[in-house]
Design a protein around this ligand. Structure first.
Ligand SMILES: NC(=O)c1ccc[n+]([C@@H]2O[C@H](COP(=O)([O-])OP(=O)(O)OC[C@H]3O[C@@H](n4cnc5c(N)ncnc54)[C@H](OP(=O)(O)O)[C@@H]3O)[C@@H](O)[C@H]2O)c1
Length: 256
């Protein structure tokens, strides 16, 4: 696997959950890591810069600080994201706009600010964090899923427009055992039950997503751009498997 020594990796939302694991993984691989989020954590991985990714001016200021301090960016992991759950019928307008501002426009802003800081001869890479909600809707994810679907499209457009200088890919996780998801499911036991319903028999850990990011940003993935890498433990076993005698857990009873 590529050593990232001498390379600068920026991880948005790198203070919690998946982003923190991604930041730690790049740091362990030798990268100089910069994490961006709104709130400074008690102990940041790498250099922390406060920025609201949904605010174009704040993103620009953060990348100006990165340019001043480090002079370049080799890897950008656009991990900051998420949206409040809710049915489409009465989803509040402000929340819908916020979801697109963060999950789509925030990624565009960060990518635009990163591009001029990448080496002209190539080797730089962007990894966006999507979600299976972008391709497989489930109740309560209408706006979030639409935003992640837009992100998948943005990934492919940037990959076309910015080759060969910057490769652009998307990691597409299923459920990942973070504090926020555990709270969403109502606690660790309920979350574990959901994990048991996956073909792999467990939910992904943040480190599973970090490993996928490291691969996509590495020289081993030098010909991979515009790709979506699913990290979803095999997906969901189809409902028609229920009672069919097919091996594996019964997804229809998990989490209920
Ligand atoms: N967990 C899952 O099951 C799962 C599954 C599929 C995809 N994903 C995706 O994976 C990514 C990370 O999810 P997670 O569960 O690890 O989230 P998380 O634990 O809630 O952490 C979110 C991180 O993003 C930062 N952030 C949030 N809003 C921000 C903003 N406006 N500007 C800057 N930073 C912001 C947070 O810090 P501050 O609040 O201090 O800003 C925090 O560092 C998201 O894109 C999410 O959609 C998650």
């Amino acid at each position: 696997m590529t050593s990232f020594t001498g390379r600068v990796a920026v991880v948005t939302g790198g203070t919690k959950g998946i982003g923190q694991a991604v930041a730690a993984r790049f740091e362990a691989a030798g990268a100089t890591v910069v994490t961006l989020a709104r709130t400074e954590p008690a102990r940041a991985v790498g250099r922390f810069i406060a920025a609201d990714l949904a605010d174009r001016g704040a993103v620009q200021a953060a990348f100006e600080a990165i340019a001043d301090e480090f002079g370049r960016v080799d890897v950008l992991v656009n991990n900051a994201g998420g949206a409040r759950p809710g049915q489409a019928l009465d989803y509040p307008e402000a929340a819908a706009r916020a979801a697109f501002d963060l999950n789509v426009l925030g990624v565009l802003y960060a990518a635009q600010c990163m591009y001029p800081l990448t080496p002209e001869h190539g080797g730089a890479s962007i990894v966006n964090i999507g979600s299976v909600a972008g391709t497989r809707p489930s109740p309560g994810t209408a706006v979030y899923g639409a935003a992640k679907a837009a992100l998948a499209s943005l990934t492919k457009s940037l990959a076309l427009e910015w080759a060969p200088r910057v490769r652009v890919n998307c990691v597409v996780p299923g459920p990942v055992l973070t504090e926020s998801l555990t709270a969403y499911y109502g606690g660790p036991e309920a979350a574990a039950l959901v994990g048991q319903g996956l073909p792999m028999g467990r939910m992904a850990q943040p480190a599973d997503v970090a490993g996928a990011c490291l691969y996509l940003a590495s020289d081993d993935a030098g010909q991979v751009s515009g790709a979506e890498l699913l990290v979803h433990g095999g997906g969901e076993a189809p409902r028609f498997n229920r009672g069919s005698g097919a091996p594996g857990p019964d997804p229809t009873t998990a989490g209920k």
